[in-house]
Write a protein of this length. Structure first.
Lengths: 197, 66
């Protein structure tokens, strides 16, 4: 593969919960900031990563997102999917939280990526470029079809770059730690806890 | 939890399933060195986009354990 170095500063776009969960599980979310480029995560990713307060790292993830949004180190990419889900979720809470009527959230991360495609193709042109951190197979295929200044990179590649270029320890140690810590995540997509005000 | 079969299609680094299933598969692939060439291709792209110089192997046990 031939790659051409250029002088455009990319944005690291995170529309997939995989990288955030991997880094959260080993308490290394700051690694998203190591390359020193702007970071944008989608509202749906932020929501999924922080929705379940029972996850060992959900509270820290929430605090990390808030702290870095305030410090303008990261920004949130708002999507129609995320907006609609928040509206449904708020209405469900206001309506008494009947478990049978709980809004479905499965695969909304992928849906938000599809919703993001139009803005990706419009925004990332000319001197604007983005590195999209993405592991979900269908989303990678969909984003790859967009004609824009974007490159898709997996969490594996991102970890590998950090260890090779930013002086971290060996990649295998981090993945072993992820493997150990995700034992508690088996029901991530099914468990939906509600923080009652 | 039962092991989930990851359907790769024509994307060696694309993963299916819930987040935990995907992370588990990614970790196992990384530790087993599966699809390393595809990972290195993406590292090269990322390195180019970030304006980083390619690292040469240093033979000091770098990335040992993979």
């Amino acid at each position: 593969m031939v790659t051409i170095r250029d002088d455009k500063t990319p944005t690291l776009l995170v529309p997939d919960n995989g990288p955030v969960s991997a880094l959260s599980s080993i308490r290394c979310l700051d690694w998203l900031l190591l390359p020193g480029i702007p970071v944008r995560i989608t509202d749906q990713v932020a929501d999924e990563a922080t929705r379940n307060p029972d996850l060992p790292w959900a509270r820290e993830t929430c605090e990390w997102i808030v702290r870095n949004v305030v410090a303008e180190r990261i920004s949130i990419a708002y999507t129609d999917t995320g907006f609609d889900y928040r509206e449904q979720f708020d209405a469900w809470i206001a309506g008494g939280m009947d478990p049978q009527r709980r809004p479905r959230s499965r695969n909304l991360g992928e849906a938000s990526i599809l919703g993001l495609m139009r803005s990706l193709s419009e925004e990332w042109q000319g001197n604007n470029k983005a590195v999209v951190l993405l592991d979900e197979r269908f989303a990678r295929k969909a984003v790859a079809a967009i004609e824009a200044n974007i490159d898709i990179v997996s969490t594996r590649a991102y970890f590998r770059l950090l260890t090779e270029d930013y002086g971290l320890n060996d990649t295998a140690a981090y993945w072993r730690l992820v493997l150990n810590n995700i034992e508690d995540m088996d029901t991530l997509d099914e468990v939906r806890s509600v923080r009652v005000p | 939890m039962s092991k989930v079969q990851i359907v790769r299609g024509n994307d060696p680094l694309g993963y299916d399933g819930s987040v935990s299933e995907r992370l588990r598969a990614m970790a196992e692939d990384e530790l087993a060195g599966i699809n390393d060439a595809a990972v290195e291709d993406e590292v090269a792209v990322l390195r180019a986009r970030l304006g980083l110089q390619k690292k040469e192997p240093n033979g000091d046990g770098h990335n040992q354990g993979r």
